[in-house]
Design a protein around this ligand. Structure first.
Ligand code: ADP
Ligand code: MG
Length: 374
């Protein structure tokens, strides 16, 4: 069947905003998007009538879901990769990126080891599972580090900053609660955080979306702006493309980086579409969501077209449990995720802006965000 044939069934594991935005693009491409998620009201389930309610741990219902699909992808790397590997084999349905890539990248330690293997610059680190390891890391990393859970961390949940020796006591207690352990990572005094989405098609072709600055507050993405340049960026791109080829990567890959001024260091990799790429819905001819799907289908990827000299994305993070209300004179392009409940810190939506060269786009966008009831 030609990859353009209509009504190819594409399955999405997980029903949050990332799946929702991929599904919206899947409709546009004439695909039939199916979602496997825990609740009928989840953001992605609202975007398609083909919803299977289930848990990723329930092998039987996952198997039934896969059987019906032509192709499957996911919105979170925290699914059981061994189960998916076995089901991919028995059902002969392709999952992209592969469950093996999911396995390697879902764990901080094996992710960092992968970066090292491909000689990609990244902060020094040590595996940590005991109080002794913690102390040894403290000494080796010159008395400051960031402790990161090997499994399941996101949006700053799972990262802990040790700045003084008395911080170690509290961290020691955390060690007991994580069977998969931690890494202690060198504290980087970065000038800014950068990110980019890379895409590799099943036909082997790659591309990279513009380099952007991402701003985090309390470990959570707050805003993004671009496009940017950096002296080390061409070098880094080459390295990442090489890694993607080496892993036979298919789909979108989110790459978070630290800019120390002179160098670029990779902070982390996310084997999926990523919050730092949401601007692409307005600022690029084809969004990261479209490109991820085209990559999975093995389609040709067109060169990236940036539609404005400047773009900004602001995240709408909940501040209460009341309903989110946008201002009635909003200038940006609103994307709400349809979450049934607002909560402090919860990603509820985002707003995209385009602007001319030299305009104060970021400050205007942040000013406009103050008019939201969050
Ligand atoms: N080694 C580090 N040095 C300084 N700040 C860090 C370091 N690692 C993480 N951070 C800060 O914490 C944030 C969240 O950490 P990250 O590793 O990206 O985990 P998450 O999966 O939660 O996004 C980063 O965006 C950055 O602001
Ligand atoms: Mg991060």
């Amino acid at each position: 069947m030609n990859s353009h044939s209509p009504r190819r069934k594409i399955g999405f594991l997980g029903g949050g905003q990332l799946a929702r935005m991929m599904i919206l693009e899947a409709h546009r491409l004439g695909l039939e998007p199916h979602v496997f998620t825990a609740n009928a009201n989840d953001p992605a389930a609202q975007a398609t009538r083909f919803t299977t309610i289930g848990k990723l741990q329930d092998i039987k219902s996952l198997e039934n879901f896969l059987e019906k699909m032509d192709l499957v992808t996911f919105e979170s790397e925290f699914a059981p990769p061994e189960t998916l590997k076995a089901l991919e084999k028995s059902s002969k349905k392709r999952i992209f990126p592969s469950p093996e890539i999911m396995r390697v990248l879902q764990n901080r330690l094996s992710q960092k080891q992968t970066l090292q293997k491909f000689k990609i610059p990244t902060a020094h680190f040590f595996p940590v599972s005991t109080a002794q390891d913690l102390m040894a890391a403290w000494n080796s990393l010159n008395g400051a580090f960031v402790l990161k859970k090997n499994f399941g961390g996101y949006d700053g949940y799972g990262t802990f900053f040790a700045k003084k020796i008395s911080d170690l006591k509290g961290l020691e207690e955390k060690l007991q609660t994580e069977p998969q352990g931690f890494i202690a990572e060198q504290m980087i005094s970065f000038q800014r955080e950068l990110a980019a989405i890379f895409v590799r098609s099943a036909n082997g072709k790659t591309l990279c979306l513009p380099l952007v600055e991402t701003h985090q507050t309390q470990g959570r993405c707050d805003w993004v702006r671009g496009p940017l340049t950096h002296k080390q960026w061409p070098f880094m791109q080459k390295k990442i493309f090489k890694m993607m080829k080496g892993l036979d990567y298919v789909g979108a890959l989110g790459v978070e980086m630290f800019d120390t001024g002179r160098e670029l260091l990779v902070n982390e990799l996310a084997p999926r579409v990523h919050n730092s790429g949401h601007y692409s819905q307005q600022a690029l001819l084809e969004s990261q969501f479209t490109l991820h799907l085209k990559a999975g289908l093995g389609e040709h990827l067109n060169p990236v077209q940036v539609l404005a000299p400047q773009f900004v994305m602001t995240n709408l993070l909940g501040e209460s449990d009341k309903e989110l209300v946008p201002p009635n004179d909003l200038k940006g392009v609103l994307h709400l995720y349809g979450k049934t409940e607002n909560r402090p810190g919860r990603k509820m939506g985002h707003v995209n802006y385009l602007g001319p060269k030299g305009s104060k786009l970021l400050s205007a966008a942040l000013k406009e965000r103050k008019k939201f009831q969050l």
